[in-house]
Design a binder for this molecule. Structure first.
Ligand code: ADP
Ligand code: TRP
Length: 348
């Protein structure tokens, strides 16, 4: 009986070919920095080699804080150009703007009905805003808009709508993924069936937190970033501003507790790292020299990306076309999830 055999083979082939889905988004809220590159972009592009990847620009998330239209418009293109310059292949990855997928907002509304207010009260970003207000003696909710308060629901919709298996993000985003899991589980529990897929966070442990110029987490809100696409001279000047202790040139130094070395590790191979560690421990190398070494390594990796980025930014119509094509591919997938949910909910 040839048929059952062929059938079995076809099923096996189907299962093997059904790749898992990796999805992530970047909020266009300012110049990208090397924390974003190592914490978000690089791991995501690595995953795109094995997974069906869906990567996007979270422009409606940015609207919560970005009220200047020209600035937001430009930042959206910068983030898109950054993905492409860093190696995203739009033929392979479905690459789009969140704002081009209206189904995401429909799903957000549906998810709202399954999201307790208490869950949102516990979100780190909202809590931090309230705490800051309390410390200043202001009204606890001063400056908090509903976009910020319900941020995790929109993010859950971003993720869930594409049946995502894994979400590559930095450590600070893990709570949001957990909330997406909670919300999706509430939906599935209510209908007694797997209406929505439960996503998992994918955090790269070795680059979980990239340190900034002052040793704290690199973040635009701390003003301690090394920008990704600054001109070479600015890049060098920024690296020279890294805060160090007052050890003299002669003193031996400990590479393991030094953020210059931590950053260097991101841009060099083992042999180079061993060589610099030896110079640290021997003494005779000042912080200025260590920073020069770091600058050389950073510039070696970023120069070609910077060049591509500038070329992409010089042709916005082509960039927009790439994003539109991505949205065309994304929408039917999003629509299928909404349809499934509406059917389960009795709104079909
Ligand atoms: P910022 O802290 O500068 O506002 P975002 O919150 O916009 O950065 O982060 C965008 C993405 O980059 C997220 O996935 C986040 O986890 C990652 N990321 C940001 N800063 C760092 C960092 N210092 N180390 C590792 N990943 C980071
Ligand atoms: N909240 C993420 C950040 O600040 C950006 C984001 C929006 C996102 N939607 C997402 C990340 C969905 C992963 C998946 O970095």
């Amino acid at each position: 009986m040839a048929f059952p055999h062929l059938y079995k083979q076809a099923v096996i082939r189907y299962i093997v070919l059904m790749k898992k889905v990796s999805l992530t988004g970047i909020k266009p809220t300012g110049d990208l920095h090397i924390g974003n590159y190592f914490g978000a972009i690089k791991p995501a592009l690595e995953l795109a080699k094995e997974y069906d990847a869906r990567y996007f620009i979270a422009d409606y998330h940015a609207l919560n804080t970005m009220k200047n239209p020209a600035e937001l418009n430009n930042t959206i293109r910068q983030v898109a150009a950054c993905w492409l310059a860093s190696g995203l292949d739009p033929e392979k990855v479905i690459f789009y703007r969140q704002s081009s997928i209206p189904e995401v907002f429909e799903l957000t509304t549906m998810l709202m009905a399954f999201t307790s207010k208490g869950l949102m009260n516990r979100a780190h970003a909202y809590k931090a805003a309230v705490q800051e207000n309390n410390e200043k003696g202001d009204d606890p909710d001063a400056g908090v808009n509903m976009g910020l308060f319900t941020y995790p629901v929109l993010m859950a919709a971003d993720i869930i709508i594409f049946d995502s298996d894994v979400v590559p993000v930095g450590k600070d985003q893990v709570q949001h993924i957990e909330m997406a899991q909670d919300i999706a589980q509430s939906v599935n529990a209510n209908y007694g069936q797997q209406v929505l897929k439960i996503p998992q966070a994918a955090v790269q442990e070795n680059v979980a937190v990239v340190p900034g110029l002052d040793g704290r987490k690199m973040s635009k809100s701390y003003g301690n970033v090394i920008p990704l696409f600054a001109p070479e001279k600015t890049l060098q000047k920024t690296i020279m501003r890294i805060v160090t202790n007052s050890q003299s040139v002669e003193e031996p130094k400990n590479p393991d507790t030094c953020q210059i070395f931590q950053l260097y590790k991101l841009f060099s191979d083992n042999k180079e790292q061993d060589a610099l560690a030896v110079r640290y421990r021997k003494g005779g190398m000042g912080w200025g020299e260590a920073k020069e070494e770091l600058f050389r390594a950073v510039n070696r990796e970023l120069a070609p990306i910077r060049e591509k980025f500038n070329a992409i930014m010089a042709d916005i119509p082509s960039l927009d076309k790439i994003l539109e094509k991505g949205a065309e591919r994304a929408r039917p997938i999003a629509a299928a999830t909404v349809k499934r949910f509406r059917k389960a909910a009795g709104i079909d």
